[in-house]
Design a protein around this ligand. Structure first.
Ligand code: X2X
Length: 356
């Protein structure tokens, strides 16, 4: 009897050791995305998932769930759900995780980057620099592993009522904003009437005229949702940047073999380049378009502002003086939020930007 048992154990050990590393993997990993599949970040999530499937020969299957499906529509719950393992991965906006991680309000400090001579360079320097590291550490300390950046884009203002070129033009406009307090604070300071609304309900809100306007990136969100069907005016004011973060539940991360972790990091790095490029088409010095051409992903729309104008929108491009007026008008918001974000982090970001 004892001998039979020994043989059985030996066979079991042999069977286990000859199994592929993927044996303990889930059949599917859920990746949360707040907006829809055709949004910039929806496309970036698909790009990442496809790369991972290809590079792991199907060992790791990541399925993006779009339109806040995994969140019952409530986008500010996403961080907690990735942390507790209800969701495996998220390509997430810092905005939606900022209610839990105050450091993530840094990119939402109004007009911090709009005044920079090259706002994309400034942003890249922050992400690659000390401030980026500090933000990632803050998230990881609270329980989600970060494997890469992405980009929703600089958030621009659209509305159905009037051309907005000065702070006074915003007076009493009802603007839909996300459920993150700094947004309410910024729009109140500018004299507007901000209204919290999840993105899942926002387009219905625009259609019904519940609000007069909203703020979202042009390439990533405004064009995919055909914002011209609701709003006539777009102010290209770059008032804040919406970086994305590719996060993963730490237990899920630890379950991957070192080889697969390496593949995931490489895929995240490629997805970062892709995500930034599609957010920046027609808005940078042409680098993004050249990159997309180099990977055979030439976009349909290379001139987003021309495209919006062609669809009947009036695009207001602010002069540096006009931007400065908004910068000055929002100084009290920055003063109130810098201590909450952390003086050290803000100083690190300023030093990162100054280094380019
Ligand atoms: O809700 C928004 O505006 C969106 C889709 O951009 C975010 O999730 C931050």
């Amino acid at each position: 009897m004892k001998k039979v048992l020994h043989v059985a154990i030996a066979l079991l050990v042999l069977a286990l050791s000859s199994m592929p590393a993927a044996a303990g993997y889930k059949e599917e990993y859920k990746l949360s995305v707040v907006p829809g599949a055709t949004s910039g970040w929806g496309l970036s999530a698909t790009y990442f998932a496809d790369l991972v499937a290809k590079k792991t020969d199907g060992r790791i299957v990541i399925k993006p769930y779009f339109s806040s499906q995994l969140l019952a529509g409530k986008q500010t719950s996403e961080f907690l759900m990735v942390r507790n393992g209800a969701i495996d991965f998220a390509l997430a906006s810092t905005i939606n995780w900022s209610p839990q991680i105050k450091e993530l309000n840094l990119p939402a400090l109004p007009f911090m980057l709009a005044m920079e001579p090259d706002r994309y360079k400034a942003l890249d320097a922050i992400e690659a620099g000390k401030a980026g590291k500090m933000m990632i550490e803050a998230i990881e300390k609270k329980g989600v592993k970060i494997i890469g950046w992405g980009e929703n884009g600089f958030r621009e203002l659209t509305n159905s009522k009037r051309a907005v070129a000065t702070p006074a033009d915003l007076k009493d406009l009802k603007i839909r904003v996300v459920g993150s307090p700094i947004f309410i604070d910024a729009f109140k300071e500018l004299g507007a009437n901000p209204v919290n609304m999840n993105w899942a309900e926002a387009t219905t809100g625009f259609q019904q005229g519940v609000v007069d306007g909203q703020e979202n990136p042009v390439n990533g969100i405004c064009i995919p949702v055909k914002i011209w069907n609701y709003h006539t005016y777009l102010t290209n004011w770059h008032y804040l940047i919406d970086p994305l973060l590719l996060g993963v539940n730490p237990k899920v991360w630890a379950s991957f073999s070192p080889e697969d972790q390496k593949i995931l990091l490489e895929s995240a790095a490629e997805a970062t380049l892709y995500s930034k490029a599609i957010a920046r088409i027609g808005m940078d010095n042409g680098e993004s378009l050249a990159y997309l051409k180099s990977i055979n992903m030439v976009p349909e729309i290379a001139d987003p502002f021309g495209f919006l104008t062609g669809n009947g929108m009036t695009v207001i491009q602010l002069t540096p003086e006009q931007t400065k007026a908004f910068y000055d008008a929002t100084a009290p918001v920055r003063e109130r939020w810098v201590p909450q974000i952390g003086e050290d982090l803000v100083k690190a970001a300023e030093a990162d930007m100054a280094s380019v």
